[in-house]
Write a new protein. Structure first.
Length: 367
C-alpha cells in the first residue's frame, strides 16, 4: 500500500514537517508495511521557503534584513535549481517577529522585504515566487518600494529602478487571499485589527492606502487596487501588482505543480492531508482543497485531518473520503495547541483511520 502525506502547518502549533511526521508515526503503527511518502506543504504562507526548497532540491540563501520595526534580523530566501528565488515576506516583516505589545500598524514597514528582493536581484535572480501572508504591516508595500530604490538606485527614483534591473524580473505571488487594497474588505479593515490596529487606525491606514493608489494610478496609467489579492500582506500584493507587474496564483497549486505531485500520486492508495482548522473556507483554495482537486483527477481518496473541524457535510460533499478532528470534544484550546498534545492526537487519529481502512479492505476481500 502506498500512502502520500501532504499536510499543511497547524498554525501556531505544528509545522508541516512536524504534522507529517506525527501522521507518519500513526500510519507506521497501523500499517508497518505501507510505503509512506511525505510531500512538502505550503499555501504561500508560513514555511513556504522550506516547502519549495524541499520540493525542488533547492537551497536556502541567508540574508540580513530588517523586521517591521526596522530592527536587524536574519532571514533567508530559497534558490531553486532553475534560478528562481522564493521569498517569504513574513521572514522580514512577519507578525510572529513581534510581541503583542510591539504591534504598531501605523509604523510597521515592509522595508525588509525590499532588501531581500534586492539582494536576490544583485545575485542574479530574475524570476521570483513571493509568498504573501503573516505580516505585521499595513503600508501597501511602500516600505518595500523604498528599499528597492535605496538598494538598486540610491541616487534615483522608483522609475529608475523599474527601468533598470527590475525590468528584467518576473514576479509570481503565492497568495490565497482575494481582498482588494481598500474599503470594507480591504487590507486595513480585514487584517488591520489582528495587527494591533484600533478602529481609528484602520480608517487612517485605509485612507493612506487609497491616497497611494490614486497617485500610483495617475503615474502608471493603470490601477490594480481592486484586483483580488491586492490587499494581501497589508497591501504588499498591491505594490507588487501595480509597480512590478506581478501576477497572483494559488500558492498551494504552485507548490504542488513544482513538486510534481501528480506524478507522485501514481500508484497511491490514499492521501492524507490536513491543516489546523478545516471548514467551508478550506474549499476556497486552501492547501487541502488543492490536494483534493489533483487527487480527484486520478481517483485517489483523500483523508482530511485538522485540529478543529466544522461544516463536515460540506467537506465530505466536496469529495473528502474521511474528515476527522484530532481533538476530543471539550478539550481546552490551550491544551490542544500544545505541540506534544497535537502530535499525539494527530498520530492516534491517523492510526484509527488507517486501521478502519484495513478492516474495510479485509471485509471486501471476503466478499
Amino acid at each position: 500500500m502506498k500512502i502520500l502525506l501532504a499536510i499543511d502547518s497547524f498554525k501556531g502549533c505544528l509545522t508541516s514537517a512536524e504534522a507529517e511526521a506525527a501522521a507518519m508515526q500513526g500510519l507506521q503503527e497501523a500499517l508497518p508495511d505501507a510505503q509512506l511518502v511525505a510531500v512538502p506543504a505550503s499555501d504561500g504562507g508560513e514555511g513556504m521557503v522550506d516547502a519549495f526548497v524541499a520540493a525542488t532540491g533547492g537551497q536556502h540563501i541567508p540574508v540580513r534584513t530588517h523586521d517591521a520595526l526596522m530592527r536587524h534580523v536574519e532571514a533567508n530566501y530559497g534558490l531553486l535549481p532553475d534560478g528562481t528565488a522564493v521569498v517569504e515576506v513574513a521572514q522580514a516583516c512577519g507578525l510572529a517577529r513581534l510581541t503583542a505589545e510591539e504591534r504598531r500598524p501605523l509604523l510597521a514597514t515592509s522595508y525588509g522585504v525590499g532588501e531581500i528582493i534586492a539582494t536576490a536581484v544583485e545575485r542574479g535572480c530574475r524570476h521570483f515566487v513571493v509568498g504573501l501572508g503573516g505580516t505585521a504591516t499595513s503600508d501597501a508595500g511602500l516600505g518595500m518600494l523604498r528599499a528597492l530604490v535605496d538598494r538598486l538606485a540610491p541616487h534615483g527614483t522608483l522609475d529608475d529602478v523599474l527601468r533598470g534591473l527590475l525590468s528584467q524580473c518576473v514576479f509570481t505571488l503565492a497568495c490565497d487571499v482575494t481582498n482588494p487594497l481598500c474599503g470594507p474588505q480591504g487590507a486595513a479593515a480585514v487584517f488591520g485589527p489582528q495587527k494591533g490596529a484600533t478602529p481609528d487606525m484602520v480608517a487612517q491606514l485605509d485612507r493612506r492606502a487609497a491616497h497611494f493608489a490614486r497617485i500610483a494610478a495617475r503615474h502608471f496609467g493603470h490601477d490594480c487596487s481592486t484586483r483580488p489579492g491586492a490587499g494581501a500582506a497589508g497591501g504588499l500584493g498591491y505594490a507588487f501588482m501595480q509597480c512590478l507587474g506581478a501576477r497572483a496564483e494559488s500558492g498551494a497549486r504552485l507548490l504542488l505543480r513544482l513538486a510534481r505531485f501528480d506524478t507522485m500520486l501514481r500508484g497511491a492508495d490514499v492521501v492524507v492531508t490536513g491543516e489546523g482548522s478545516s471548514d467551508a473556507q478550506t474549499l476556497m483554495g486552501k492547501f487541502p482543497q488543492e490536494v483534493l482537486a489533483v487527487c480527484q483527477q486520478q481517483g485517489v481518496p483523500v483523508w482530511l485531518v485538522a485540529g478543529r473541524v466544522a461544516d463536515t457535510d460540506k467537506l465530505t460533499a466536496a469529495g473528502f473520503a474521511q474528515v476527522a478532528c484530532i481533538n476530543p470534544p471539550g478539550l481546552p484550546l490551550a491544551e490542544a495547541m500544545r505541540p506534544d498534545v497535537a502530535k499525539a492526537h494527530l498520530a492516534a487519529t491517523v492510526r484509527r483511520l488507517a486501521e478502519g481502512h484495513q478492516r474495510q479492505l479485509g471485509q471486501k476481500s471476503k466478499i
